[in-house]
Design a protein around this ligand. Structure first.
Ligand code: FMN
Ligand code: SF4
Length: 472
């Protein structure tokens, strides 16, 4: 079934409707995205902590010079700009004029405006489009229009696009390059599952993509403006109803998980090998990210530890109530709580708390959900160290309480979360697939089943794109 897909216009060129999705931190880079573009598709490098070639890989926190969090945040932005420029050049040179190069940022990353402006002001001619999700990127359109570059919001529903369009994009419609529909039940990385969607009741993508196209049409957006379908795509032969379907208009297919396993993919070999051992059900949605978004990752020892921590939890009140009568002293700072603060728990939970303490989880820490979790002294030390070393990688962090903009409301820190910056670097740089967050799409188990990868074969991007084009 070779060539079931035909080139379409994306970011000003006729290219294959095959996209390597952006992956942070430094997981899709200039080399991988450039190679993808060289095969005639669209490669997306990540500008979330991109690597500056020749410099020590951005390890956390040892490579940061500054002593204060505000200064480390500024240092991080400077490096992201330098890294983004460097990766854009690598991608551009590797692509040799073929395909298209896109850049990906997270709207909720620290200093997103500065990073976008810093990179685009220097290498706008090397970047054909910017994709952006994880939040509501209202200002994305204006920033891209300023540099004459197409923008691609990543949404998980027509509803989200509707808000973006009404509030911001309708004014800057000429620069809308396309819309990425990322399936919130299937895609790897952060997911845009809304509060009224059930994580255990996945909805089929076809009606949701159709709703998005119908909405775009209702606003007069041409059918030639593509929808990139992302999440759960493995064999294109399984997506035939989306291909050449006049009801859907132009569509392209975005892959995130499959391109992790290529020769050009910069992830460590330990991570590549771990992908072969995934079984169905190993990837699940979790709610531990300090961004507040759900995310899909391998349920490894790291996630299991966070799960176990959040189970060691009892409800509490700050004042005595008819149900919460037993005093409990929060003896350590544990976030926004003042050391020595007293809270009240249910009598029935006293026994539970005694069991946690007997197991070595002796430190109660308040959460923003009017609960107390119990951690060990070692865990407490890790939590405190990570918070102290924070570089302000997000605009707002539930774990450390960092706020990029001090006018943003402060809120209570959540010890059930973790430092995503440290964790993603731990896997991206050191290949620690057990004790760090291993983002992965829900079809990751197919590496082990797909004969293309038989015997642990790792294809080049060229081989992978050729294979995908056959429908397999
Ligand atoms: C390891 C990993 C990291 C990712 N990081 C990002 C990211 O930083 N920004 C983003 O917009 N999407 C990110 N994604 C999502 C991908 O770009 C892509 O849309 C998604 O993986 C597609 O679904 P699939 O995993 O089923 O192929 C990531 C995905 C993975 C697997
Ligand atoms: S504590 Fe939060 S804001 Fe700070 S570096 Fe870690 S994830 Fe980023």
């Amino acid at each position: 079934m070779d060539l079931i897909i035909k080139p379409i216009s994306i970011s000003g060129a006729e290219v294959l409707p095959l996209i390597e999705g952006g992956k942070g931190i430094a997981i899709s880079d200039g080399a991988s995205s450039g190679a993808w573009a060289a095969e005639g598709g669209v490669g997306t490098f990540s500008a979330v902590n991109p690597h500056v070639p020749g410099e020590e890989h951005l390890s956390f926190p040892s490579s940061y010079q500054s002593r204060t969090r505000v200064k480390r945040h500024a240092e991080m932005i400077e490096r992201a700009i330098a890294g983004g420029i460097a990766q854009a050049k690598i991608a551009y040179e590797t692509a040799c004029g073929r395909g298209r190069i896109h850049m990906n940022v997270l709207w909720e990353m620290g200093g997103v405006d500065a990073v976008l402006n810093g990179i685009l002001s220097k290498v706008q001619h090397m970047i054909h489009g910017v994709t952006c999700g994880a939040g509501m990127p209202f200002r994305l359109a204006d920033i891209c229009a300023r540099y004459g570059i197409k923008y691609y919001p990543i949404v998980s529903s027509a509803r989200a696009f509707n808000i973006l369009w009404k509030r911001a994009y309708s004014r800057v419609s000429d620069w809308l390059g396309g819309v990425v529909y990322e399936d919130p039940w299937l895609a790897g990385g952060h997911n845009g599952l809304s509060t009224n969607e059930n994580e255990n009741a996945p909805e089929p993508p076809a009606p949701r993509v159709q709703n998005l196209r119908d909405l775009m049409r209702s606003y007069g957006i041409s059918d030639l403006v593509p929808i990139f379908i992302a999440g759960g795509i493995w064999h294109l032969s399984e997506w035939e109803q989306f291909i050449g379907n006049p009801d859907l208009g132009a569509v392209a297919f975005q892959f995130g998980t499959r391109p992790l396993l290529t020769v050009e993919s910069p992830i460590p070999i330990a991570w590549k090998k771990a992908l072969f051992s995934l079984k169905k059900g190993d990837v699940s949605l979790n709610r531990f990210s300090p961004t507040g978004f759900p995310s899909s990752a391998v349920n490894n020892a790291f996630l299991q530890k966070l799960h176990a921590r959040s189970v060691r939890q009892v409800s509490c009140e700050t004042l005595v109530t008819s149900t919460h009568t037993e005093p409990l002293l929060i003896s350590r700072a544990g976030g926004a709580t003042v050391a020595g603060q007293q809270v009240f728990i249910k009598k029935a939970d006293m026994e539970v708390v005694a069991r946690f303490e007997a197991e070595g989880f002796t430190v109660p820490m308040l959460t923003p959900s009017r609960t107390v979790v119990f951690v060990s002294l070692d865990e407490l030390a890790d939590i405190e160290e990570e918070r102290t070393q924070c570089v302000g990688c997000l605009s707002a962090c539930n774990f450390s309480g960092w706020r990029q903009d001090e006018s943003m409301p402060a809120h209570q820190l959540d010890p059930r979360s973790f430092c995503i910056q440290k964790s993603l670097q731990q896997i991206a740089i050191n290949g620690d697939v057990d004790n760090a967050l291993m983002f992965c799409g829900h079809q990751g188990y197919r590496f082990a089943e797909d004969p293309f990868y038989e015997g642990g074969y790792i294809p080049t991007v060229k081989e992978l794109v050729a294979r995908i084009r056959t429908g397999m």
